[in-house]
Structure formats: structure tokens, C-alpha cells
Design a protein around this ligand. Structure first.
Ligand code: ADP
Ligand code: MG
Length: 238
């Protein structure tokens, strides 16, 4: 059974249809990268999975259960955005543990979970710092920690690296790949960066104007693009 299944998903804003019948299935532990030009509907699709946007028709299943009408907090997901809003007056440890604190998780259990996530992300030495004392890459790691600590079935990333400089972007790409390999989390990752897509994905979905052009492994997409748009966008050999 797929961990994430999207069937005939449509989304309108007013009279404009932004997602025009999307079908996606992602197995447990899969890394789906959603690519496409700016404005094609990538963030909207991610937001509907997260429950931040309602859908016009279709179905979204997480772990087999239909979540169409489920509040974001009740969905088994966690999302990392491109702007990582950390709480400025809390330490890194408090930022990561905040969600658990709100849910009434006891202190000892919380500390243990925070320590374990910090180990995974290699930010143990930063736990007592404030966000203002961190670099961009470190902040992004803390934002990932905050999501990871929830142990979601599905991890959603919306262009998490696009605010970082080129060198850091490559480092973080390696980091995210390692995170995926060591935790076996199921990930949906949005980017408009083809290289990021090729290096991270187990499966790539190419979106254009709210319609999927092709879904396949990186090598399928690159070597056997379904149409000119995919070939162009992924930079496949002519
Ligand atoms: P991407 O993330 O691929 O750049 P988006 O999903 O953000 O694209 O946007 C897809 C389209 O939907 C764009 O044309 C955008 O203007 C429109 N859109 C996004 N959010 C809203 C909204 N809340 N209200 C109206 N239109 C929106
Ligand atoms: Mg976007």
C-alpha cells in the first residue's frame, strides 16, 4: 500500500483551475521530487497534501486513510518551508521541542527526542543557541529538526534550499539525502532545480500548468522524456 496516494485531485482558486486532475502514488520510504516552472502549481499541490489548502475535487490518502477533510494538525505529515520561521526568543532545543511541549509530552521524553533529532542533523553543539546566533544552513537544519521530531509518515519540503547560497545548497542537499537514507522517511520535495531533482529523487513528477507531464525514476525522466517540455525542462539530450 502506498503511503501517499493522490487521485484525480483538482484545485480551483475562484474560476482559475490551478491543479487539473493530479494522480500520484508514493510508496513508503520513497523520495518524490515535484518539479516544474514557477507558477505551475507545485506549492499548491504540497499545501493540499498538508491540508493548508482545501481541494475542489478528488482524493488524498495518507497511510491508506482519506484525509480530504482532516485538519493539518491531524494529518500524519510535517512541512518544511523555504522561509524557516524559528521562534527568535527560544533556544534551538526549545524550538525543536516546542510542538511536543504544546501536546503535553513530558520533559524527559521531549529532551530525549530533541537529542536524537539533533544527533541525526548534527546540530547537538547548537542546542542552547538562539536562532540569531546561527547561520542560514544551521537555521534550515533546526527547521528540519522541528519537522523531523514529529516522526511524520510523510515529510513535505517546499523549496527548502532556495534561500541558501550555492555552496550551502550543495551541502544541504547531501544532508537531506543522508536524512532520507538513514531515517527511511517518505518525502515529497518541491524544487525548480533540475539537479536537485536528479540527485535526490527516487521518483520525479514534472508539472506544467497544473498537469503532470510525466512521473518516473530520474533516469526514465532524463533518458526517456515523455514530451518536449519534459526534455527541455530536465535538460535531456536532444
Ligand atoms: P509554484 O509553487 O509552482 O510556483 P503555486 O502553486 O504557488 O506555483 O501557484 C500556482 C498558481 O496558483 C499561480 O498562478 C498562483 O498565482 C495561483 N495561486 C496560488 N495561491 C493562490 C491563492 N491563494 N489565490 C489565488 N491564486 C493562487
Ligand atoms: Mg512555490
Amino acid at each position: 500500500m502506498a503511503t501517499l496516494e493522490i487521485n484525480s485531485l483538482r484545485k480551483r482558486f475562484g474560476t482559475i483551475e490551478v491543479l487539473k486532475g493530479i494522480d500520484i502514488s508514493l510508496e513508503k520510504g520513497g523520495f518524490l521530487v515535484l518539479v516544474g516552472p514557477s507558477g505551475c502549481g507545485k506549492s499548491t499541490l504540497l499545501n493540499t497534501i498538508a491540508g493548508l489548502e482545501g481541494i475542489s475535487s478528488g482524493e488524498i490518502r495518507i497511510g491508506g486513510a482519506v484525509v480530504n477533510d482532516l485538519h493539518p494538525s491531524k494529518r500524519d505529515i510535517a512541512m518544511v518551508f523555504q522561509s524557516y520561521a524559528l521562534y527568535p526568543n527560544m533556544s534551538v532545543a526549545e524550538n525543536i521541542g516546542f510542538g511536543m511541549e504544546m501536546r503535553g509530552v513530558p520533559r524527559a521524553e521531549r529532551d530525549q527526542a530533541v537529542a536524537s533529532v539533533a544527533r541525526t542533523l548534527q546540530i547537538e553543539h547548537l542546542l542552547s543557541r538562539r536562532p540569531s546566533q546561527l547561520s542560514g544552513g544551521q537555521r534550515q537544519r533546526v527547521a528540519m529538526g522541528r519537522a523531523l521530531v514529529r516522526r511524520p509518515s510523510v515529510f513535505l519540503f517546499d523549496e527548502p534550499l532556495s534561500n541558501l547560497d550555492a555552496k550551502l545548497r550543495v551541502d544541504m542537499r547531501v544532508e537531506i539525502k543522508r536524512l532520507h537514507q538513514t531515517t527511511g522517511t517518505t518525502i515529497v520535495y518541491v524544487t525548480h532545480d533540475q539537479i536537485e531533482a536528479m540527485t535526490l529523487a527516487t521518483k520525479i513528477a514534472v508539472l506544467k500548468n497544473g498537469e503532470l507531464q510525466q512521473v518516473g525514476s530520474p533516469s526514465e525522466i532524463y533518458n526517456r522524456p515523455a514530451n518536449m517540455f519534459v526534455a527541455d525542462f530536465m535538460g535531456s539530450p536532444a
